[in-house]
Design a protein. Sequence first.
Length: 88
Amino acid sequence: RKEVEDGVEEDERLQWDKDKEEHSPEGSQQILAPHQVEAPSVEYRIVIPTKGRWRSLREISDSRKDAHDVRPFILVKTLAFLQKQGIP
């Protein structure tokens, strides 16, 4: 067995590729997303651009409901979205 770059052994990768082909419709060129097949989990990092996002919500948003909100956009929208999705 030979380890490949991301730490998954070559035999496992070949089996995963084989399983992926079995789940694809005949003659289809569709590539299934990792959540649609059993794929090895990988570590990831979310990067949030912060330039300009510390300005007030009323400066950035076009919504009438945000017209008087002076809190930073990044706290009101971006970080709230991540919290809602359960991303630490």
